[in-house]
Design a protein around this ligand. Structure first.
Ligand SMILES: NC(=O)c1ccc[n+]([C@@H]2O[C@H](COP(=O)([O-])OP(=O)(O)OC[C@H]3O[C@@H](n4cnc5c(N)ncnc54)[C@H](OP(=O)(O)O)[C@@H]3O)[C@@H](O)[C@H]2O)c1
Length: 217
């Protein structure tokens, strides 16, 4: 039985937990306020789920989803995430998180910053350009016409392979937009992000190719 650690139990973390339990995974989920505040969600998810601290969920996961906005004062359990594939759902939202000058200038992507903060993990950008409720409502079996596609970016081929398998199990096709330095192509405001309601693999590949780099345009 594979266990997914999920840090963040908001819009995205809770929907990924629902999809994961539906696909037969065990889930250990955390927020910032403590496991006792997640009793209702855990009851809804059923016996395959439990809540823990962020460090506990990171330690329990065979791989881990970080569904928490990135902060420059690294608030992730770096030691417990070491050696693991980490799926980062973060979108760069300066109005929410403040401006990160190296991202604004185009020097680094926000996911390269996450990788820098987790130097012993294998970070993959995943689940960033789909509205959380659509993780359940847009899912379709493999081979369905018009199946919705999602992008993945990572510097590690085994992380890309894991996300590709997970997307397929959840009901989505994949377009590989690696490495992390290319992950800006699916960022907020870009065509792939704006087409979050629906895009096939071909449409997503074309939208990624048509992105305009912020800070360099
Ligand atoms: N909403 C969407 O449809 C969507 C889609 C794709 C990507 N995203 C991106 O994914 C990220 C998460 O979005 P969201 O909408 O799920 O946000 P959200 O609803 O605000 O949830 C954020 C979660 O992170 C938790 N958290 C904060 N700091 C933490 C820490 N240090 N350790 C563990 N948990 C912590 C919060 O816990 P507390 O509540 O206890 O503070 C909360 O459960 C954002 O970067 C967002 O831009 C969102």
């Amino acid at each position: 039985m594979t266990t997914i650690g999920i840090l963040g139990a908001g819009e995205v973390g809770s929907q990924i937990a629902r999809a994961a339990v539906g696909c037969g995974y065990t889930v250990v989920i955390a927020n910032s306020r403590g496991p006792e505040t997640l009793a209702d969600l855990v009851a809804e998810l059923g016996p395959s789920a439990r809540a823990d601290t962020a460090a506990g969920a990171a330690a329990a996961g065979d791989f881990v989803v970080v569904a928490v906005p990135l902060r420059l004062d690294n608030n992730m359990p770096v030691r417990e995430l070491a050696g693991k594939i980490v799926l980062d759902t973060n979108n760069y939202m300066p109005w929410r998180d403040g401006h990160f000058p190296v991202v604004d200038s185009g020097e680094m992507t926000v996911h390269e910053l996450r990788q820098e903060q987790l130097p012993h993990s294998k970070v993959a950008k995943a689940f960033t350009h789909i509205q959380a409720p659509r993780l359940l409502t847009s899912a379709k079996p493999a081979g369905s016409p018009d199946r919705h596609a999602l992008s993945v970016s990572s510097d590690f081929p085994d992380a890309v392979a894991l996300v590709t398998r997970l997307y397929d199990e959840f009901g989505f096709d994949t377009v590989d937009n690696s490495p992390l330095s290319e992950s800006w192509r699916s960022g907020p405001g870009q065509p792939a992000w704006l087409a979050h309601e629906h895009q096939t693999r071909e449409q997503l590949a074309s939208n990624l190719a048509g992105a305009q780099r912020p800070g360099r345009t």
